[in-house]
Ligand binder design. Structure first.
Ligand SMILES: NC(=O)c1ccc[n+]([C@@H]2O[C@H](COP(=O)([O-])OP(=O)(O)OC[C@H]3O[C@@H](n4cnc5c(N)ncnc54)[C@H](OP(=O)(O)O)[C@@H]3O)[C@@H](O)[C@H]2O)c1
Length: 294
């Protein structure tokens, strides 16, 4: 089977590349992975040509415009990367009879719920990033039936720009960190996401497609919930900077360009009920991530 991966050099793409070339898959899977240096996804003709030339069985799109605040003033580029490029991919996938896995975000919700959002919950993004990602979901589902949309949240790893790396950098510089305590979500490691994605790839290999019974939107996050403050406390406690004080503040005390949902925990029941896949508790995934990188 041939897989074409976009977003190779991002947080998730880096781990997916590692996972997909792992020993237990390498005999059966040929992976072609593209980063922005090889292909700018906003060059739509070239993107289409690459897909037609590579002729993969499965496209995995881990590329995205993820600068949530910057997107507020850069809506055109965010839409090109998060909505228009996935549309080109989905159309090309259908032309060559390939399947597609595409990632999306908890920021498609407005955050007014107080219990986990399901795949049927009403979407209502309040940021440009969330809106462009929601449009990306729609065009993929519209143009490639043989597809899965995986909504995840609060993604971190030991590589790239993310909350974990920011906390470790700030803790090395300061005695005290003030962190927002009134936004609640589920921190999700790229390791947990890659392991879960691998199982979906194995399903695809076995079945040759995402059959009509399984295709569609799934939530894929680590289990449990935390505020950014809870997440920061756990990071600092497990780090070499455990003396650093972590102080809770409100969203109002930390204004940002983009509005973020106050609550964006996603129910993962559909993923478990359909594929038997369950991601670890966020605390365990964080401990594993920090342990592996000591
Ligand atoms: N990060 C989060 O907290 C989070 C939360 C929920 C959902 N997600 C979703 O999860 C998926 C993976 O996210 P991630 O955290 O791994 O993101 P990431 O680290 O920002 O990686 C995204 C990759 O896409 C690349 N990219 C951006 N514009 C491109 C273009 N025009 N052409 C080609 N490549 C381009 C980026 O390159 P550059 O770095 O050079 O721009 C980067 O390598 C995305 O679908 C994202 O929306 C992420």
């Amino acid at each position: 089977m041939k897989i074409l991966l976009f977003g190779r050099d991002g947080q998730l793409g880096t781990d997916l590349t590692k996972t997909l070339v792992s020993e237990n898959l390498s005999d059966n899977v040929e992976l072609s992975a593209y980063g922005i240096k090889d292909l700018d996804l906003t060059h739509f003709d070239r993107l289409h040509d690459v897909i037609k030339h590579e002729r993969p069985d499965l496209i995995i799109n881990a590329a995205a415009y993820t600068a949530v605040d910057k997107a507020e003033s850069d809506a055109e580029l965010a839409a090109m990367v998060n909505s228009a490029a996935p549309e080109v991919m989905a159309k090309a996938a259908t032309e060559i009879n390939a399947g597609m896995i595409h990632y999306s975000t908890d920021y498609v919700f407005n955050g007014t719920a107080r219990h986990p959002y399901t795949e049927e919950s009403l979407t209502s993004p309040e940021s440009v990033y969330g809106l462009t990602k929601l449009n990306g979901e729609k065009v993929v589902l519209d143009h490639c039936e043989n597809s899965l949309i995986l909504r995840t949240s609060w993604v971190y790893s030991m590589h790239g720009q993310n909350f974990l790396s920011t906390m470790l950098r700030l803790a090395a510089e300061r005695d005290e960190l003030t962190i927002v305590d009134d936004q609640v979500g589920a921190p999700t490691s790229t390791t947990a996401l890659s392991d879960a994605t691998l199982k979906l790839v194995q399903y695809f290999m076995l079945n040759g497609e995402f059959s009509a019974a399984v295709r569609g939107v799934y939530h894929m996050t680590c289990a449990g919930e935390a505020s950014w403050y809870d997440f920061a406390k756990a990071i600092i406690a497990a780090s070499e900077f455990s003396d650093t004080r972590v102080v809770p503040i409100t969203t109002a005390e930390y204004p940002t360009a983009a509005k973020r949902p106050a609550y964006s925990v996603l129910s993962n029941n559909k993923l478990f009920n359909t594929f038997g896949i369950r991601l670890p508790a966020w605390e365990n995934a964080l401990a594993q991530c920090m342990q592996e990188n000591k």
